[in-house]
Design a protein. Structure first.
Lengths: 780, 271
């Protein structure tokens, strides 16, 4: 008998190799006859390509080939597909402009891939890439989301740069509710554009084998099976069975490694042309212009209330920047994952949201930690806090008055929340943050010549996007299930194959905890395998905080099959009826007796079937399962942020940050706390320091760590975090997911605190010292 | 990075001789700016003449009137030097907040001031303390050294060998950091040499470090925070970037100067 592992603070198994430098990342993969690729990228935001001269580069030392968009077109290499079809308000499909892996005829953002040079060494490739001369005819550009519709057209099929205008909700009901409202709160804001900055830059290394006409692509990806599916079916037209995609150790993604990128396609294609492995690893400067960015919404939001502060309706108009091309899941982020979250934790009866998605001469925008949900939470929680202040109602009280308290709850924006307990997290966070003694802290700050403010955010998240058939009816072009396989070895140890992917989340530990706990085995008996299409049967990867809720459930379903088969074997060995066998923490027992077989004995019998019901049962103990959830999961939580503002400089420090989250059942509290800390840091980064800026000409101003400020440890306080457990009702583990919560709830809490400190209605994000100083000056 | 020839001379004489022969060559001090530019392929010297093995360019010498610091002395060594801490604590403190730990263990005094980055910290101390820069050819007063954006009085091939800092009666440096790069958006060094001899030097705000004469005059009359608190600096000519407008920088010069005076008086810790 082993102690329960679900809920235990088990040290991370993977950390030994990460902390000792023995992780194996894509760039660490060095293959025989390795070659190296360097991309020629556009220096212009918008230009026609008149001519590409690559003769000099081709003759440079070590150069093996130079390829351009024309070469790919001649080889019938397709464009990069978009995985979600949005249907606009007129019932027409969104505009889907071609997205060639290497530019054809025109470039549409700084950093767009124009050509690739393959050489013997990375330096030779890079040197030769500088020798490729591209004759550009510069065109007028538009980078600003607010100016896109009247800007120069990027794509012929979208002359007004509009991909779609989409809406959700009952507009007539909303308008009627606003007409009779006692109070309307209105806010206009920009949800600032972010650059993902995973610690490991993107990388790809492809090898082709003439022996079997097969390819292997090593790639820093969050979802290798999806990468393979999209690349083989839509772009290269290869048989899926001939392509193996391996995502080895991956150093963070935050969404930016979900997508199929042109570089991955080009190195795979080039590997066959040259019959040599081709590797590319991004430099950080390339990451800034080529990893999909996040957010960039321009929004007008209104909340209608009755005289008692009850929410009557919400009206939201958002223009979302998609960048120059449609990245893999770009279209569903500002729609399906945004507007559907606008009910938040509240019983607002009527909500209408209209989203105009636009093309601009900027790097494509796609999911970034939270993906739509931070933007929605920002809308809801800034509106709620502002309305409370305007109506002189306590911001905590106005939330309580409007909380959803009965479940399941059907929102007016499509989602149905299965369960939740919003007052519980709010009560807990008020206590943990010691809100009752806030006035004393404010007074102390004032003595130190600092302005102190307090802000709240009660967020809701929808994780584990599902079910596949509903998503399909909304435009998804992929399934949203997960797959898992349990391979019990003859000696009773277990290898678990999961289609979800760990790039920092700690799956090798928390998934092993689930399996070891359920089977009653020690942690050491369980190994987790992920990230290799040749090992894992299938998978949709990791994004949207789905891994434990969807991937974990697939594993549990496979475990159930293992136990069911084990019972049959045990019944034979124990000469008992199968219905009398119970499985209890590593032992198959005959109910009501002391007769039992250990898990390992049953496994051994399955593989050495000398005493085995071969007439009725196949040997072996290996099961797989696919799980398609019936609903999203709905983590929720309450955050309290206190800030201190330097009155003279505007410099703002987070004085305290307290978070109480309800993630349902928790597998490993230590890992969950780490996820929350990281999410909070990123949310605080969005609020205070991170703002991706383009010049009007489309040049990226914040193209390096010199100008783009990701938060450092000194920018965040020691977080106080706690959890409440309201188990999810529709998966067997009761889990909900925790990866994005911090990034979703934190920005609104921080900005609510800053506006409170300054006594102003709004301060734009990121609230840098200069921005806060300007707000103070304007208010004075 | 483009390919280059690497040289590591053992003496100043040998370094100068190499520099004379390699037209596209550059001296390599701590490499905290040059190597970054080379990695970005913005700078492609044919030869790098690494000064790190030249013993006569290192070391810190205390004298009755201050400290003389070898050009190749790393920031961390200046910050940790008992002699500097004793003679000019503000200089040690300044060196201790340059960049980050890695930068401070590579970057050098000579490299920093020869580069004259508009946002570097050391120029504020050199100018604020009225230091004397010694090169292989001559001595240059701080007031005549910084000429503009990345521009100094140094002639091609001329090599800084040491910098002599006179010890003030009291001094402090206050820096408002760029949150991303940790360079100075505005840094103000205030030094009081007694007898109304006040120097106020500003870095980060203009094309290169400069002195703030009106503040020096006000502090000479009375060395107190209120002497500078109401001096409005004109924004015209100050740097303008994503992080700070000329107006904000002008405002910060006043705030940082006031805080530097407070720190010099010991009523506020130096940051």
């Amino acid at each position: 008998m082993n102690a329960p592992l679900i809920g235990a603070r088990v040290q991370r198994k993977e950390d030994y190799r990460f902390l000792t430098g023995t992780g194996q990342y894509t760039d660490d993969v060095a293959l025989p006859n390795q070659t190296h690729a360097a991309f020629v990228r556009s220096p212009h935001a918008h230009a026609k390509i008149r001519k590409i001269s690559s003769d000099k580069a081709r003759k440079a030392p070590g150069v093996l080939a130079v390829y351009t968009g024309e070469d790919l077109a001649a080889a019938k290499v397709g464009g990069l597909p978009c995985g979600w079809l949005i249907t606009d308000v007129n019932g027409k499909p969104m505009k889907e402009p071609p997205y060639p892996p290497l530019a054809q005829g025109k470039v549409r953002h700084v950093g767009e891939r124009v050509a690739v040079v393959v050489a013997e060494t990375p330096e030779q490739a890079r040197d030769a890439a500088e020798m490729v001369k591209v004759d550009y005819e510069e065109l007028a550009a538009v980078a600003d989301v607010g100016k896109a519709r009247n800007g120069p057209a990027l794509h012929d099929i979208a002359p007004d740069n509009t991909c779609y205008v989409w809406a959700l909700g009952d507009k007539a009901a909303v308008d009627a509710a606003f007409a009779k409202a006692a109070h309307v709160t209105k806010l206009d804001f920009w949800n600032n554009r972010l650059v993902p900055n995973a610690i490991e830059p993107r990388a790809a290394n492809a090898v082709y084998s003439r022996a079997d006409d097969g390819y292997t692509l090593y790639v820093a990806s969050q979802n290798p099976h999806v990468e393979r599916l999209l690349m083989t079916a839509f772009v290269l037209g290869l048989p899926e069975a001939k392509v193996r995609v391996v995502a080895p150790d991956v150093g963070g993604g935050f969404g930016s490694k979900i997508y199929l990128y042109g570089e991955d396609v080009v190195v795979t294609w080039a590997a066959k042309q040259l019959n040599r492995p081709v590797k590319w690893t991004a430099e950080r400067s390339e990451s800034y212009v080529s990893d999909a960015h996040g957010r960039d919404h321009l929004t007008t939001a209104e909340l209608a209330l009755d005289k008692d502060g009850n929410f009557l309706a919400m009206r939201v108009k958002t223009t979302a920047n998609l960048g120059a091309y449609l990245s893999t899941f770009a279209s569903c982020i500002p729609t399906i994952l945004y507007a559907t979250l606008l009910a938040g934790q509240y019983k607002t009866p009527h909500i209408h949201c209209e989203v105009t998605a636009v093309f601009t001469n900027t790097t494509p925008v796609d999911a970034y930690r939270g993906a739509g949900r931070p933007e929605a939470t920002y809308v809801v929680e800034r509106l709620v806090e502002t309305a409370a202040r305007e109506m002189k109602i306590d911001p905590v009280e106005i939330r309580r008055r409007n909380f959803i308290r009965e479940f399941p709850y059907q929102t007016p924006v499509a989602l149905c929340y299965d369960t939740g307990n919003y007052p519980a997290t709010l009560d807990a966070v008020l206590k943990l943050a010691d809100v009752q003694n806030y006035p004393a802290r404010k007074a102390q700050s004032a003595k130190n010549n600092k302005l102190r403010g307090i802000g709240y955010a009660c967020y809701i998240e929808a994780c584990g996007i599902a079910p596949s058939n509903v998503a399909g009816s909304l435009g998804a072009r992929a399934g949203l299930f997960e797959a898992g396989e349990i391979r019990v070895h003859p000696t009773g140890t277990v290898t678990v194959f999961t289609g979800s992917h760990s790039h920092g989340q700690g799956h090798e530990t928390s998934f092993a905890q689930v399996v070891a706990d359920r089977l009653g085995l020690p942690m050491e008996a369980v190994e987790i395998v992920h990230g290799d299409t040749s090992k894992v049967l299938f998978g949709m990867g990791t994004y949207g905080s789905r891994s434990i809720a969807v991937g974990g459930t697939a594993i549990v379903k496979a475990l159930d099959k293992i136990v069911a088969k084990g019972k049959k074997i045990a019944a034979h060995l124990l000469e008992a009826s199968e219905s009398d066998i119970e499985y209890d923490r590593g032992q198959f027992k005959v109910a009501g007796t002391d007769r039992k077989k250990m898990f390992g004995e049953v496994a051994f019998a399955a593989y050495v079937p000398h005493n085995y019901p071969l007439d009725k049962l196949e040997p072996g103990l290996n099961e797989n399962a696919f799980y398609d959830p019936t609903n999203f999961t709905f983590p929720a939580g309450s955050y309290v942020c206190e800030v201190e503002v330097d009155k003279e400089t505007g410099a703002t420090q987070i004085a305290a940050f307290t978070a109480v989250d309800d993630f349902g059942k928790i597998i490993n509290p230590m890992i969950v706390e780490g996820q929350v800390h990281g999410g909070l840091a990123q949310g605080i980064g969005q609020a205070l320091t991170e703002g991706c800026r383009y010049e009007d000409s489309g040049q990226l101003v914040t193209g390096s760590f010199m100008d783009y400020c990701i938060p450092r440890s000194s920018d965040v306080p020691l977080f106080k975090v706690d959890t409440r457990e309201t188990p999810c009702t529709h998966n067997p583990l009761g889990v909900k997911g925790c990866g994005e919560a911090g990034a979703i709830g934190a920005p609104a809490a921080v900005m609510n605190a800053i506006t409170d400190a300054l006594g102003v209605k709004d301060v734009p994000m990121p609230a840098t010292a200069q921005t806060v100083w300007r707000s103070m000056k304007q208010a004075a | 990075m483009h390919a280059f020839e690497y040289h590591r001379p053992a003496s100043t004489k040998e370094a100068l001789s190499l520099a004379g022969k390699k037209e596209e060559g550059r001296y390599l001090a701590g490499g905290q700016s040059l190597v970054q530019a080379m990695k970005l392929r913005l700078s492609s010297p044919s030869d790098l003449i690494d000064l790190s093995s030249i013993k006569e360019l290192g070391g810190i010498k205390a004298s009755g009137s201050g400290v003389e610091i070898g050009a190749m002395t790393r920031h961390a060594d200046v910050a940790g030097s008992k002699d500097v801490q004793k003679a000019i604590p503000a200089l040690a403190a300044l060196a201790g907040i340059i960049g980050d730990r890695q930068v401070r263990h590579m970057g050098t005094l000579g490299g920093s001031i020869a580069n004259s980055d508009p946002a570097a910290d050391y120029p504020a101390a050199v100018l604020g303390l009225g230091a004397t820069i010694t090169t292989n050819k001559r001595k240059i007063e701080a007031d005549k050294f910084f000429k503009g954006l990345y521009e100094t009085a140094l002639e091609p091939g001329e090599l800084i060998t040491s910098v002599a800092f006179p010890a003030p009666k009291r001094a402090a440096y206050m820096k408002f950091k760029n949150p991303a790069s940790r360079f100075a958006i505005v840094g103000v060094f205030v030094a009081d040499f007694g007898g109304g001899n006040i120097r106020v030097a500003v870095t980060g705000a203009g094309p290169c470090a400069f002195r703030q004469a009106d503040m020096e005059k006000a502090l000479a009359a009375k060395f107190a925070p209120e002497s500078v608190a109401n001096i409005k600096v004109k924004p015209a000519g100050l740097n303008n970037d994503l992080h700070a407008s000329p107006e904000y920088r002008a405002h910060l010069i006043t705030v940082m100067a006031k805080r530097a005076v407070e720190a010099a008086l010991g009523v506020r810790p130096q940051t």
